[in-house]
Design a protein around this ligand. Structure first.
Ligand SMILES: Cc1cc2nc3c(=O)[nH]c(=O)nc-3n(C[C@H](O)[C@H](O)[C@H](O)COP(=O)(O)O)c2cc1C
Length: 321
């Protein structure tokens, strides 16, 4: 693409939009290098979760979400973006380069921009409102347009099976003291700007409890109920299981989440059956996905407005030159 160099775009606005993407444990494992008419996306592997995510799979999916936000914010700024995928090319942290150019006409993706700041991970029970089947079809198409597959678990035995796998996953994860320690390490007061937030005074106690006790039984029971009661359960899967697939899964996830926000729905994760290696093929089989499962999502209409999770300041995630 040949950029019009007369008016340099505001790349900071694109990075700000990227920073609002979801990420596992709210680690925000990304860095952006601004290069005039291009932005490079790098994995910030210091923020990896080696126990929960030993292959950096979720880390790369999170970066894919941030990449989609860059593309959407660019479209809203009248910029066409072309993504050069570099993930998987080497062991480098450089995942993608977004080349920007002035668009000659309004871009359809601009419509999703307002949803970037309105999206939330909704871990609570959803309202008892059914999700419109047309909305679900739009979400399926959104995932497909980014090269991933969203499979809705529509039959009751699929939903019950998925809920049972979530409970089984919880039991395995919580029984692992290293996993609990890692979770506790990312429980932060809001002012830290990252992690799973708790009121500042509650942090030391909550961390100690999570580190010390296997609460798998209780968590499994409540997650199972959440899964059972969710208006929609869906599996996001990809063709392969490498860094390029994970980056695509992230872009697909974020596109369907933003589209969902515009239709009045939000989502949250029940990824335990993907995080426990032995359960992952069982989830794939249960959903009937052609490729490996990447995420298990609950989707519904939120019962109340939720506060935004904190984000790191831009100066921490931006590299110049
Ligand atoms: C790849 C990925 C995996 C995630 N896994 C979980 C999960 O297992 N459980 C959960 O409650 N939230 C999960 N989340 C949601 C994050 O915790 C959430 O995005 C983060 O706390 C920031 O909050 P926000 O999405 O409301 O901005 C995941 C998000 C991503 C992108």
């Amino acid at each position: 693409m040949t950029p019009n160099r007369s008016a340099a775009p505001d790349l900071q606005a694109l990075v700000r939009a990227a920073s609002l993407a979801p990420s596992s444990h709210n680690t925000q494992p990304w860095l952006f290098r601004l290069r005039g008419w291009s932005i490079e996306l790098l994995a910030d592997r210091i923020r990896a979760l080696p126990v929960n995510d030993p292959q950096d799979r979720e880390l790369t999916i999170s970066c894919g979400c941030a990449l989609l936000n860059v593309r959407i914010a660019a479209a809203a700024a009248g910029l066409q973006s072309e993504v050069e995928v570099l993930a998987g090319a080497s062991h480098d942290d450089l995942l993608a380069r977004v080349h920007l150019a002035r668009a000659s006409a309004p871009l359809a993706d601009a419509e999703l921009a307002s949803a970037i700041a309105e999206r939330r991970t909704c871990r609570e029970r959803f309202a008892a409102t059914a999700v419109d089947p047309r909305t679900l079809q739009l979400l399926v198409q959104a995932a497909a347009s980014e090269g991933a597959t969203l499979t809705l678990l529509e039959r009751s035995e699929q939903r019950l099976g998925a809920a049972a796998l979530v409970a089984e996953g919880d039991a395995v994860l919580w029984a692992n003291p290293s996993w609990r320690r890692e979770l506790a390490a990312w429980m932060h007061p809001r002012r830290r700007g990252d992690g799973l937030t708790l009121p500042a005074l509650a942090v030391p106690l909550a961390q100690a409890v999570v580190r010390t006790f296997d609460m798998g039984g209780g968590v499994a029971a409540s997650d199972r109920q959440l899964a059972d009661e969710s208006p929609v359960l869906a599996v996001l899967s990809t063709e392969g299981d490498g860094a390029r697939d994970w980056l695509a899964a992230g872009q697909a996830l974020q596109r369907l989440l933003l589209l969902g926000v515009r239709q009045g729905v939000q989502a949250s994760h029940l990824n335990q059956p993907v995080q426990v290696a032995a359960l992952r093929p069982r989830l794939q089989e249960l959903a009937g996905c052609a490729g490996p499962a990447q995420l298990l999502l609950r989707i519904g209409v939120p019962a109340r407005a939720l506060p935004a999770a904190p984000r790191r300041p831009l100066w921490e995630i931006q590299i110049e030159g």
